[in-house]
Design a binder for this molecule. Structure first.
Ligand SMILES: [Fe+2]
Length: 219
């Protein structure tokens, strides 16, 4: 298990779009991440989005996870991503899974804490006790923090672009991200609706029956 802390100067919806977007593999090209993603399935309701992608791996990451087939270090697998406001659970078949807990802090600040479970082709004695803790640090620093730093750069740059011009022309092509945006906007509108109706109700109930209202002022 690898613990991955994250801190971003970006709204949580921008961070969540990044996590749902398997199509940004090009960003991690130099780290030999994944390539050639295809969206296989997509489901959405008022509070959640589930997407399954087909993704190909080759090179270092493929070797580390023991994904390559004989005679080749590349392979194609299914990545499943489940969003349940504001958290994520993702799985690469039975090879790895990630539980990402998201904490919205403010309009342009978000934190996250992830637990990444990996099935590594290593002897058991390396995976327990102090050796396991050292291995976790090595994997965190040499792999996951490198991916994370590239994601942070991308998310914070998106936030800066949004802050400069919130009405900029912007076309999203990934249906999974469009579904995620629908859920987030829907939840916001629902919350706003129930907030204003409770404010109305509070306003009405705060006027004592003995008082009269004149020109919008309590008299
Ligand atoms: Fe990424």
């Amino acid at each position: 298990m690898v613990r991955i802390p994250g801190h971003f100067q970006a709204h949580f919806s921008i961070c969540n779009e990044n996590t749902m977007d398997v199509f940004h593999g090009f960003l991690h090209k130099n780290l030999q991440g994944w390539y050639n993603p295809k969206l296989l399935n997509l489901k959405q309701d008022d509070n959640s989005v589930s997407a399954d992608y087909q993704v190909s791996y080759k090179g270092f990451l493929s070797k580390l996870l023991g994904l390559g087939t004989k005679g080749s270090d590349s392979t194609t697998r299914t990545v499943s991503i489940r969003y349940q406001y504001p958290h994520y659970a993702t799985a690469l078949e039975s090879v790895s899974s990630l539980y990402l807990m998201r904490l919205p802090i403010g309009p342009t600040e978000t934190k996250s804490f992830s637990l990444m479970f990996l099935k590594l082709p290593l002897p058991q004695w390396l995976l327990t006790g102090p050796v396991a803790r050292m291995l976790e640090k090595v994997i965190l620093n040499s792999i996951f923090l490198k991916f994370l730093h590239q994601d942070v750069e991308m998310m914070e740059s998106e936030q800066r672009n949004y802050s400069i011009d919130p009405h900029r022309n912007y076309v999203e092509v990934n249906p999974a991200i469009i579904a995620l945006q629908r859920v987030i906007v829907g939840q916001y509108e629902h919350l706003e609706g129930s907030h204003s109706s409770s404010l109305e109700a509070a306003k009405e109930s705060s006027i004592p029956p003995s008082q009269e209202v004149s020109n919008g002022m309590l008299v």
